[in-house]
Design a protein around this ligand. Structure first.
Ligand code: TYM
Length: 334
């Protein structure tokens, strides 16, 4: 705890183009939680290399993601926004935690299974131990709260188990974190296949809304969204396409799904789909404008990157030193 506030940690991968799912499931909540917590938001570029990346592309995406955090409304003077690879404590703690994590636990991770199937030619050890690095991220900052989408819950559960295991063996060192899942938007589905989550790596670009999509593209994608032949705007599992659109509309407007259903009672999909498009456009427009402005502020962004990395190093270094003592690494008498 710093400044009497509990600590919050979260991160996003600098891989692919960020989607509306990333925004509604995570980034939007990050912004609303800023005042209540002492926040650390990382661009997790070390996680990104578990899948082969083009180096120049990764560097540029990481920087854009950093700017997107700020454009979304996270004030880098009050919150710590930094690149994971700039803070070596992440790799150091990940190694230690690797030695406290069982193969069986990692074998159960559904995201590993999915990614291994998708990248069958590159099932590397990093992909397997990815959740341990994620645990290190969170535990280094003594985070009490971790806002994520539903797809990260299993990793969060593992993080809690690792933290408790460490604390049981070596004494209380780590805060055991809780996940924070938003009321709506925690699992945004593909617009083309509502049984699949909206994903940066989807091959069909019509299934995802990208945060930098222009209004015409957004509208076109919503008009083409896969729905059903029921023809009723109702919030139920049997109509997954419409349910997803209700979630998106509700998350963008601040309504509950029930309020959204009431607002569109008796109306057809032909009216509802463009209304969802409009709601998304209104949320993304200010974000895109702010991003364009920041893109011209090179020196400012550089200073944010420098200053925040220093803060992240200081805070994480404290936990790392404690851990090193506990596990019996020799004292550094130099
Ligand atoms: P990543 O980069 O895949 O996704 C970033 C955040 O977006 C959420 N998300 C979604 N939410 C709702 N609907 C969707 N369709 C959707 N798609 C993605 C994710 O749940 C996530 O919150 N392993 C993490 C990054 C990470 C991390 C951490 C997160 C690394 N270390 C420590 C929290 C704490 C990941 O790959 O997220």
């Amino acid at each position: 705890m710093t400044d009497g506030k509990k600590v919050l940690f979260s991160g996003m991968q600098a891989t692919g183009n960020l989607t509306l799912g990333n925004y509604l499931g995570a980034l939007k909540n990050w912004v609303t939680l800023c005042d209540e917590y002492e926040c650390f938001y990382s661009v997790v570029d070390m996680h990104s290399i578990t899948v082969r990346q083009d180096p120049a592309e990764l560097r540029s995406r990481a920087r854009r993601l950093m700017m997107l955090y700020i454009a979304a409304g996270i004030d880098p003077e009050k919150n710590c926004i930094y690149y994971q690879s700039h803070v070596s404590a992440h790799a150091e703690l990940a190694w230690i935690l690797n030695c406290l994590t069982y193969m069986g636990e990692l074998n159960r991770m559904t995201q590993f299974k999915d990614k291994a199937a998708k990248h069958a030619d590159n099932i590397n050890a990093g992909l397997f131990t990815y959740p341990v690095l994620m645990a290190a991220d969170i535990l280094l900052y003594q985070a009490a709260v971790v806002p994520v989408g539903v797809d990260q819950m299993q990793h969060l559960e593992l993080t809690r188990n690792i933290a408790e295991r460490f604390n049981n063996i070596y004494g209380d060192v780590f805060t055991v974190p809780e996940a924070y899942i938003g009321k709506v938007g925690a699992k945004i589905m593909s617009l083309q296949d509502p049984s699949k989550k909206m994903s940066k790596s989807d091959e069909n670009p019509n299934g995802s809304i990208y945060l930098m999509d222009d209004p015409d593209t957004i509208m076109r994608k919503f008009k083409r969204a896969v729905t059903d032949s029921v023809g009723e705007i109702a919030y139920r599992d049997e109509q997954p396409g419409i349910k997803n659109l209700i979630d998106i509309y509700s998350a963008c407007t601040g309504c509950t799904p029930q309020e959204t259903v009431r607002a569109f009672e008796g109306k057809g999909y032909g009216e509802f789909k463009p209304a969802v498009g409009e709601a998304v456009i209104s949320v993304l427009r200010p974000l895109q404008e702010e991003f364009a402005r920041l893109n011209k502020e090179k020196d400012y962004i550089d200073s944010v990157i420098r200053d925040n990395a220093e803060k992240a190093r200081r805070v994480s270094g404290k936990t790392l030193r404690k851990v090193m003592r506990k596990i019996g690494y020799p004292d550094r008498i130099f």
